[in-house]
Design a protein around this ligand. Structure first.
Ligand code: C5J
Length: 223
């Protein structure tokens, strides 16, 4: 167990039983022409965290740890996309519509893929999830439990939507969750800050937050 300086207090990192979560680092959220942009968002904010996530991903792979990537991805027939989700709001492109990177958030389409800098490697778990949370309607919990995972280190986008929802789901299932503040981003800086503050409040009611350098230092030196 290694103590990592974190909010709201030190996180006891247990590398043997920890997995790295890379949430929805998909072209549809991060690149121009995708779902995020179709909702009127500035995607460059999200692009800025790719290097920090990559540094952690490479270190995690080097250490031989379990990596889990998620994608917000629907079946081509959209049978797993409730109308309440597809018809929400007035985006320029809805889920399933053809766009510059193929059908929006549909499995197998170019926009649904993870950005090349973070592309999954053989042996890493890739979870396609129809909801915002990584545990809803997926086999994630079983996959983690059968590998003895008890702690999850979170990176990815967006902080207050899929990252926060997944962290809350994980916390309710008994996992200890550590969020890397510089490895997550939102289209709205105030929402990122508020989401992290809320999750760390009340004695880490949902989890802990730290900077990726502190995790990397702990992984490298055990301090
Ligand atoms: C959103 C996500 N924001 N991955 N998805 O719709 O956060």
């Amino acid at each position: 167990m290694i103590e990592i300086d974190a909010r709201p207090f030190a996180f006891g990192f247990d590398a043997e039983h920890a997995a790295l979560m890379v949430i929805d680092m998909q072209r549809d959220f991060i690149e121009p022409g995708g779902f995020g942009a179709s909702l009127g968002n500035d995607v460059t904010r999200l692009q800025a965290v790719v290097p920090a996530v990559r540094r952690v991903l490479l270190a995690w792979r080097f250490a031989g740890g379990l990596v889990v990537h998620t994608r917000e991805a629907h079946r081509p027939d959209l049978g797993d996309c409730p109308p309440a989700k597809r018809l929400r709001g007035a985006p320029a492109l809805r889920i399933g519509d053809p766009g510059p990177m193929g059908r929006v958030l549909v499995a197998g389409e170019p926009g649904c893929e993870i950005v090349p800098a973070l592309a999954p490697r053989e042996g890493e778990i890739v979870i396609d999830k129809p909801g915002k949370g990584a545990f809803y309607a997926t086999a994630l919990d079983e996959l983690l439990r059968e590998r003895g995972i008890r702690q999850l280190v979170f990176t990815g986008v967006t902080t207050e939507v899929c990252v926060q929802t997944s962290m809350r789901e994980a916390n309710d299932r008994g996992y200890e969750c550590l969020l890397l503040e510089d490895g997550t981003e939102s289209y709205f800086p105030q929402f990122k800050q508020a989401a992290i503050d809320m999750m760390c409040a009340q004695g880490a009611i949902v989890g802990w937050a730290t900077h990726s350098n502190r995790l990397l230092q702990a992984m490298e030196h055990g301090t």
